[in-house]
Design a protein around this ligand. Structure first.
Ligand code: MG
Length: 159
C-alpha cells in the first residue's frame, strides 16, 4: 500500500531595487527583486521546505545555511533539486505540488504558465502535477506596500 506524506513550506523575502525578480526560476522584468544570500526565489524556497517537511529532513536553513559561501547568489533550483534527491533516496516520488505567491508587482497572471512549467522542470515531474497561483495582498501589510513577497507551498509525496 502506498505511503503518503504531506509537507508545507512558506517563505518571504524583502524586495530591493536593482535585484533580479525571479519567481519559480523565471526571471521577470521588474525594477525590484528579492534580497537574499541566494537569488531569493521564494517559490523554490517554499517548495524546498515542503519537500523536506514531507520527507522528514528538517528545513532549508539547516541544510543550506546562508553562512555557506557555496550558496551565495545560488540559483535556488539547487536547493529544491537537493531536497528532492534526499526524498527520492528514501523512496519518495512527488504526487503533486501546489504553490501560491503573494506579490503586489509585477502582476504574475501572464507568467502563470511559464512559471508552472519551470517548477515542473525543476522538480523533474509532469507539468500536470504542478499548480501555480498568484495573488496580491490588496495593499495590506509589507507585501501590500511592495516591500516584500511571499510564497506558500504544499507537496504530497508517495512511497
Ligand atoms: Mg528564502
Amino acid at each position: 500500500m502506498a505511503i503518503l506524506r504531506i509537507g508545507y513550506g512558506w517563505d518571504s523575502h524583502r524586495l530591493a531595487p536593482g535585484r533580479p525578480m525571479v519567481v519559480g526560476g523565471v526571471r521577470l522584468p521588474n525594477d525590484r527583486g528579492p534580497l537574499g544570500h541566494s537569488d531569493g526565489d521564494v517559490v523554490f524556497h517554499a517548495l524546498t521546505d515542503a519537500v523536506l517537511g514531507a520527507s522528514g529532513f528538517g528545513d532549508i536553513g539547516a541544510l543550506f545555511p546562508d553562512t555557506d559561501p557555496r550558496y551565495k547568489d545560488a540559483g535556488s533550483v539547487l536547493f529544491l533539486r537537493e531536497a528532492l534527491a534526499l526524498a527520492r533516496r528514501k523512496g519518495y516520488d512527488v504526487v503533486n505540488a501546489d504553490v501560491t505567491v503573494i506579490l503586489e508587482a509585477p502582476r504574475l497572471h501572464p507568467y502563470r504558465d511559464p512559471i508552472r512549467l519551470s517548477i515542473s522542470a525543476a522538480m523533474g515531474i509532469e507539468s500536470d502535477r504542478v499548480n501555480f497561483k498568484a495573488k496580491t495582498a490588496e495593499g495590506l501589510g509589507p507585501v501590500g506596500a511592495g516591500e516584500a513577497m511571499e510564497a506558500h507551498a504544499v507537496v504530497l509525496l508517495e512511497r
